[in-house]
Design a protein around this ligand. Structure first.
Ligand code: IPE
Ligand code: MG
Length: 225
């Protein structure tokens, strides 16, 4: 979800205003995803690198998350959405952790769509944690190096219970993954759009899904799978 800051700047607003407008876009994207039959929607909400932004902006994003949990949970429940958080929760404040527990437990029964917020997430951090844990288990004699394979690695990541993404959409005009789901994206289709996240609407979502529909996924083989 990139482009909130630029969206705000274009309007002479504070960056935080862009993040507030971004929440509106989340609401729209979620609705569009559910309509399209998407079962898992993962939102790159806050990266481990985002801590380096001005404190005021970081605090604003965290506060916005907590407020949005209160405001949106009833609608998520009504829509059958199960919300989950993916990332290293240790560096998140007690208050944010409280709201994470709250949104996860209150929406636990949702079966229509799983909405995953990547919070204090980065792929290298996720992989580093996973490799350290596996190394410890090997050192303790609980894991044999021969048991380490692509499946066991996938199962050791924050995303263990979710399928790999079919489609990754990046808004805001940059052509990079910025430390997002690097392992999981091995065969994901990538879609880049110059549209700034607060302007991303249901038609933008539809266009991305249509582009995905025209891709031929071969997974290294000769024929589409
Ligand atoms: C949203 O966009 C990213 C986060 C949710 C932290 P940015 O805040 O990166 O917006 P730009 O790139 O400055 O426009
Ligand atoms: Mg950005």
């Amino acid at each position: 979800m990139d482009g909130n800051g630029r969206w705000a700047k274009q309007r002479g607003l504070e960056r935080t205003e862009g993040h507030i407008a971004g929440v509106e876009a989340v609401r729209r994207a979620l609705k569009a995803a559910a309509t399209e039959g998407v079962e898992y929607l993962t939102l790159y909400t806050f990266s481990t690198e985002n801590w380096g932004r001005p404190k005021e902006e970081v605090d604003g994003i965290m506060e916005l998350f907590c407020k949005s949990v209160i405001a949106e949970t009833p609608e998520l429940k009504a829509q059958g959405v199960r919300a989950k958080i993916m990332g290293d929760r240790r560096a998140l404040s007690e208050k944010v952790n409280h709201y994470i527990d709250r949104i996860e437990s209150e929406t636990a029964e949702g079966t229509r769509l799983t909405l995953i917020f990547a919070m204090n997430y980065s792929s290298r951090h996720e992989l580093t944690e996973s490799i350290r844990t596996m190394a410890e288990r090997v050192a303790e004699g609980k894991l044999s190096p021969a048991e380490i394979n692509a499946d066991t690695i996938s199962q050791s990541l924050y995303s263990s219970e979710y399928p790999d993404p079919d489609l990754i959409i990046r808004t805001g005009g940059e052509y990079r993954l910025s430390n997002f789901l690097l392992w999981q994206a091995a065969y994901s289709e990538l879609y880049f759009t110059p549209t700034l996240w607060p302007d991303f609407d249901k038609d933008s979502f539809r266009e991305a899904i249509e582009a995905y529909g025209n891709r031929e996924r071969r997974y290294g083989l000769v024929e589409p799978k």
